[in-house]
Write a protein that binds this ligand. Structure first.
Ligand SMILES: *Cc1c(COP(=O)(O)O)cnc(C)c1O
Length: 361
């Protein structure tokens, strides 16, 4: 068996220890005589899995007691609609910073259902930076203020949070959740599709301050209502049972193998620094993002020559470094180096890039 280094933006690598544990428990989970996939979500044994996952997430992220954790489906993309349906209930308007495609989609979806106000945008430079925000341009009556904390496609991330006062800050953390500690109390809502840093696709995690869970806008479907999912412990209907189980294993790995989010951050910083240092010293490759806003998770780069980019991606793939092609809207390359990418994966990629540079100059 040979496993590749997978630099996919998502779904992406899972820790090998997690995959091995899941494999070992595949046919008989803890003496239950069945796979987690086959269990009733209403069974006692499954209840302990979802409760365990929730408790571990609360512990690992230090989530305060006044926040609810919801395990939903529909991806981060469904949150783009659930947020206005559930939160845009007073002034009926929300503020948005447009820092890339996901931020734009969240804005567009809100606009369909409520009012959406663009505060700032970095579209003028193909989203290669995070715009400087002026709080006097924020709507003080907005029902929420939305940011995409880490921009998966463009490889930027916030270095400071917008000062939104009493307006709840809502963050799409799909591609950076669990990569470093965050002060959850600074946010009204944090949400993430699981398939980047938490587990398999199919699970969406929503961390919401309890006072924000209220009556939704009129006509909101039951399945789109936070209150319904909160009241039912994320079991109004069948939750994504197996994905939640894998998420629990990932959290156990972060807690027990890595040692928590401070350590996770140190490892992630080390990996990102290796790659960025090489890009800054290279005569062939260069990073596309303004240094200050570089993401720790998604690293876009180019050679400046499309043919050479294509040659690089092809040769890298053959050498076992897969999914390095950049997003179709950006071109070039992108290395997504989420939590599960081992340090040696980045070391070997950098060595491969050095050799490619020597061979092609
Ligand atoms: C991947 C991603 C999404 C889309 O997630 P889905 O689960 O596919 O809907 C949204 N936002 C960000 C920041 C992402 O990285």
């Amino acid at each position: 068996m040979s496993r590749v280094y997978n630099f996919s933006a998502g779904p992406s690598m899972l820790p090998e220890a997690v995959l091995r544990k899941a494999a070992a428990e595949m046919l008989d989970y803890e003496g239950s005589g069945q796979s987690v996939m086959e269990m009733s979500h209403r069974s006692k044994v499954y209840q302990s899995i979802i409760d365990g996952c929730s408790a571990l997430l609360r512990e690992v992220m230090s989530i305060p007691e006044n926040y609810e954790i919801l395990f939903l489906q529909g991806g981060a993309s469904s949150q783009f609609a659930m947020l206005p349906l559930n939160l845009a209930t007073k002034s009926g308007s929300a503020d948005f910073v447009i820092t890339g495609q996901w931020a734009k989609k969240a804005y567009a979806e809100c606009k369909k259902l409520a009012k959406a106000h663009e505060v700032a945008s970095s579209a003028d430079k193909t989203f290669t930076y995070i715009p400087k925000l002026d709080p006097s341009t924020f709507d003080p009556n907005a029902d929420y203020f939305h940011i995409c904390y880490n921009n998966t496609i463009y490889g930027t991330r916030y270095t400071e949070l917008p000062q939104t006062g009493n307006v709840p800050l809502v963050a799409d953390m799909s591609s950076c959740i669990l990569s470093e500690p965050v002060d959850v109390s600074k946010f009204g809502v944090i949400y993430a599709g699981a398939q980047k840093n938490m587990g398999p696709a199919g699970l969406t995690v929503v961390i919401i301050r309890k006072d924000l869970i209220g009556e939704p806008r009129e006509g909101t479907p039951t399945m789109m209502t936070y209150q319904i999912h909160a009241e039912n412990g994320s079991m109004y209907n069948t939750p994504p049972t197996y994905a939640i189980y894998i998420c629990k294993l990932v959290l156990e790995w972060i807690k027990n193998e890595i040692g928590g989010l401070e350590q996770m951050k140190a490892i992630n910083e080390k990996k990102a620094a290796m790659l960025y240092d090489f890009l800054d010293s290279s005569n062939l490759f260069k990073g596309t993002v303004e240094k200050e806003f570089r993401s720790m998770m998604n690293v876009p780069f180019v050679t400046g020559n499309e043919e050479l980019d294509a040659k690089f991606v092809k040769e890298a793939t053959a050498a076992g470094f897969v999914n390095l092609k950049g997003h179709r809207t950006v071109g070039g390359m992108r290395a997504s180096i989420y939590n599960a990418m081992p340090v040696e994966g980045v070391e070997k990629l950098v060595a491969f890039m050095k050799k490619f540079e020597a061979d092609n100059s």
